[in-house]
Write a protein that binds this ligand. Structure first.
Ligand code: GLU
Length: 474
C-alpha cells in the first residue's frame, strides 16, 4: 500500500433517499478514512438529470448529518464539473485513447440483433474505432457523435479487491464504453454533453485524490473500465472494495417494495443514529464477536479487513435490540426532545411539559424505538380509549366503589408518587382489596393499557386533572 494520505469518498446519486446500502458503504469509507487519519469526501453524482432532484440532495445531506458521517470535503456536484470532463475527454482524443462514434441507436440495435442471431455476446464492434490502416467512413450528416473509450484490446484487468479478493477480467470481454454523450438536439448552443457514470467517476476519483473506494458490488462490472481509464490517463488508481448487497429478511434483495430502505425512514420510525451506525457496521463487517460498539471503537478497529464476502441479511429484530440498547443509554433530556419531534410528526403537541423527561426515564426500558417511547408519552396528551375486553376483565362493577374512593382521595392529596401510593394503600386497606385488583383497573382506565410501569410512578407523570377526568365515570 502506498504511503499516500488515505482519501475515501461516498458518491450517492440524488435520485432518491440515502439507501441503507449506500449508508453502509458511506460508513465504511468514513471509518476507514478516520482510522487512517485521512479524509472523507462527499460527491453528489447528479448526471442523471432527469431523475436527480434537489430534494434528494437535501435528504442525502440530512441523512449524512443525522448519522454523524462528517465529511472533510464536498459536497462536490458532478454537474458543476462538466467543463473538466470535457477537458479530460479532449486530452484522451489527442492521446488516441478516446474516439468519436457516429453510430446511430438504430444501427447499434441492428448490430446487436445480428450478434444475437449468431449466438454471440452483444458488444460494440469497434466500427468507429481508429486503427492503423483502417479507413473510416465520412461522419454522417446531422448525427451528433458520442465519445467512446478505446479500451485495451488485449491483456487483462486485475485487482485485489479489499472485500472479494483477487479479480481478473480479460480485456477481450470488455467493449468500448461510451464516456461522453452529446447534448440533447434542442439544447442551447454551447451546452456541454454529460459524461457517463464510469468516466465521471474516474475523473473525479483522480482529481479528488481518492485512494480507497468502498461501494456496492453492483459496480463490480464497472471496475475494469474504470481501472483501464485510469491506465489511459496514466494515473494511479484507487484500491477497490466491493461490498455484497444487503438482503431483506425474506432473503431477497432489500428493496422499497418490501419495507423501508432509506435512512430517513429509520429516523422517522424512531431509531437512534448511533444504533443505525452500529447495526449497519455489523452488517457486512465484524470485529471478533463484538455486537455493540461505539463510533470511536469502530474507527479504532476498522482497517478494511474482516469485511464479509457474502450478503448480509437485514434483521429487524436485531436492529430493534441494538436500538433498545442505545435507548437505555441515551440521556433522558435528549430522548424527550426526540419524543416531542416524534409526536409532532403525528400532530400531537407535547409542548414543554415538565413530565416529559421523567416520563422518558420511566418508559425507556420497555421500548426499542423512540416511536414506542412516544406512544407511551402520548398517553399523557391524547385521550385514551380503553378496550371493552380490558374494561370487562379489569374494571368489574364490584371494584367501582373502591375506584370512586381512590378518585376522591386523588382530589385532595399532594400530587406526587409517594402520596398517590399512600392513597391507594389506604383504599386497599379500607376495602380489603389487593394491589393486583386495583392497579390493573387504574392502568386500563387512565392509560388504556393492561401493563405499565409501577402505576403510582405513571400516575404522578399525568396532570392530576387528566387522571380525575379519566376516572370520572367509575
Ligand atoms: N453514484 C454511484 C451510486 O450511487 C456511485 C458508485 C461509486 O461509488 O462509484 O451507486
Amino acid at each position: 500500500m502506498s504511503s499516500k494520505t488515505v482519501r475515501t469518498r461516498i458518491a450517492p446519486s440524488p435520485t432518491g433517499f440515502l439507501h441503507l446500502g449506500t449508508a453502509r458503504t458511506a460508513l465504511y469509507s468514513w471509518a476507514y478514512a478516520r482510522h487512517h487519519g485521512g479524509q472523507f469526501v462527499l460527491r453528489i453524482e447528479d448526471t442523471d438529470v432527469e431523475r436527480s432532484s434537489q430534494e434528494s440532495v437535501q435528504q442525502i445531506l440530512d441523512s449524512m448529518h443525522w448519522l454523524g458521517l462528517d465529511y472533510d470535503e464536498g459536497p462536490y456536484y458532478q454537474m458543476q464539473r462538466l467543463a473538466r470532463y470535457h477537458e479530460v475527454a479532449e486530452q484522451m482524443i489527442a492521446a488516441g485513447t478516446a474516439y468519436r462514434c457516429w453510430a446511430t441507436p438504430e444501427e447499434l440495435e441492428a448490430m446487436r440483433e445480428a450478434q444475437r442471431a449468431r449466438g454471440q455476446k452483444t458488444r460494440y464492434d469497434g466500427r468507429w474505432r481508429p486503427a492503423p490502416g483502417k479507413v473510416l467512413p465520412p461522419p454522417p450528416e446531422g448525427v451528433q457523435p458520442v465519445l467512446r473509450f478505446a479500451n485495451p484490446e488485449h491483456g487483462a484487468v486485475a485487482w485485489d479487491d479489499l472485500v472479494k479478493g483477487p479479480i481478473r477480467i480479460a480485456n477481450e470481454e470488455i467493449d468500448d464504453l461510451i464516456i461522453l454523450r452529446p447534448p440533447p438536439p434542442d439544447a442551447p448552443p454551447g451546452t456541454l454533453g454529460v459524461p457517463t457514470y464510469n468516466f465521471a467517476v474516474v475523473v473525479d476519483d483522480l482529481d479528488m485524490g481518492i485512494t480507497h473506494v468502498f461501494r456496492g458490488d453492483e459496480h463490480i462490472n464497472n471496475t475494469p473500465w474504470q481501472i483501464n481509464l485510469f491506465g489511459a490517463l496514466g494515473a494511479p488508481r484507487p484500491q477497490y472494495g466491493h461490498c455484497p448487497i444487503i438482503l431483506g429478511d425474506d432473503g431477497l434483495k432489500l428493496s422499497k417494495r418490501r419495507g423501508a430502505v432509506s435512512v430517513t425512514a429509520y429516523e422517522e420510525m424512531g431509531y437512534l443514529p448511533e444504533a443505525m451506525l452500529n447495526y449497519l457496521a455489523r452488517l457486512g463487517w465484524s470485529h471478533g464477536d463484538d455486537e455493540l460498539f461505539t463510533r470511536e471503537q469502530m474507527v479504532r478497529w476498522f482497517d478494511g479487513s474482516h469485511l464479509a464476502r457474502s450478503p448480509a441479511q437485514w434483521d429487524p429484530a436485531k436492529l430493534a435490540w441494538v436500538n433498545a440498547h442505545y435507548l437505555r443509554q441515551a440521556d433522558d433530556a435528549r430522548l424527550a426532545a426526540l419524543v416531542v419531534q416524534q409526536l409532532a410528526r403525528h400532530g400531537v403537541d407535547a409542548g414543554q411539559a415538565a413530565s416529559l423527561v421523567p416520563a422518558c426515564a420511566l418508559y425507556q426500558d420497555r421500548c426499542s424505538t423512540v416511536a414506542e417511547l412516544a406512544d407511551w408519552v402520548a398517553l399523557m396528551f391524547v385521550d385514551v380509549q380503553p378496550r371493552a375486553e380490558d374494561l370487562a376483565a379489569h374494571v368489574p362493577d364490584d371494584l367501582r366503589p373502591a375506584l370512586q374512593d381512590v378518585r376522591e382521595r386523588f382530589t385532595r392529596i399532594a400530587w406526587d408518587k409517594a402520596s398517590i401510593a399512600a392513597a391507594m394503600k389506604e383504599v386497599l386497606a379500607a376495602r380489603k382489596l389487593k394491589m393486583p385488583q386495583l392497579a390493573p383497573a387504574l392502568r386500563v382506565l387512565v392509560c388504556g393499557r393492561r401493563e405499565t410501569p409501577s402505576i403510582d410512578a405513571v400516575l404522578a407523570l399525568f396532570p392530576r386533572e387528566t387522571v380525575l377526568h379519566r376516572l370520572r365515570g367509575v
